[in-house]
Design a binder for this molecule. Sequence first.
Ligand code: NAP
Length: 274
Amino acid sequence: MFRFEGLRVAVLGAGKIGSMLALGFRGCGASVVATARRPERVEELRAMGLEATTDNVSAVKRASIIVVSVKPYQYPMLAHQIGNHVAGKAVVSVMAGVPLRLLRATLPGAEVYRAMPNINAAVKKSVTGIVAPKDAAFKDLVFSLFRCVGSVYEISEQLIDAWTAVAGSGPALIAELIDALILGALAVGIPRHVAYDAILETLVGTAEYLRSRPEHPAALRDEVTTPGGTTIRALKALEARGMKAAIIDAVEKATNRAKRLAREIEEELLEETG
Ligand SMILES: NC(=O)c1ccc[n+]([C@@H]2O[C@H](COP(=O)([O-])OP(=O)(O)OC[C@H]3O[C@@H](n4cnc5c(N)ncnc54)[C@H](OP(=O)(O)O)[C@@H]3O)[C@@H](O)[C@H]2O)c1
């Protein structure tokens, strides 16, 4: 278990995801400074109990790990400000679509990572994919830091767009599934608030049960599905509508969209950064 006391982390661009990360890192004992562009946002960050400033350069100078969580189009201006102050430090970009080669070219001397967390960082349940450089000096520290907001998986850069689709869009897909189950429960007469609680509990319970056993999810389905029973009727209805094909298709489409966006972002940023 890492001890983060004394570790100084700067989160540059503490918006929706950056502020969740900053709060999570601080919860592990790291000393965190968060930055934003507008003074109003800095005040909001302070109201959350975070140290906050608009001064990216001073934040970077005092930190050994720097997390970049601005929007991709905001990155060239930020890189221009901090590029000369990052040598010997770790920089972790959580920006979708900005490739390592562009980050390295604009952050000379830094050890550069890409990370893709998800919104569940708010409750320390992000599943974060991290692309680490070879022979990285800060790797254990960076991975441990992101474990403060959930679980961490090392991935290759090739897989980051797929990760964005599965882990990034995953909470939205699961929220849709929960919504559909609530509508189903309403259709058969269960009041909305009871249905919502019961479905969330079923989701959490099913995930915990699956995690407690080595078998594939299909084995659980088979245990619940008795001959001529109710579950097989429900499964047949889903099969008839092609639910699995629709979900596979959704993941492929989200991945292709992430890839296309990444190409567009890279082209734009290459033009701006020369
Ligand atoms: N949201 C997610 O669930 C999620 C998940 C994974 C990855 N990401 C990635 O995280 C990044 C941020 O997404 P977001 O949804 O958190 O966006 P967001 O809420 O708009 O946050 C961006 C923040 O960056 C600040 N900023 C912009 N330029 C700055 C500068 N030069 N110096 C300091 N701060 C600056 C903005 O400050 P002001 O508020 O003062 O303008 C804003 O607070 C994106 O690249 C996205 O791809 C997001």
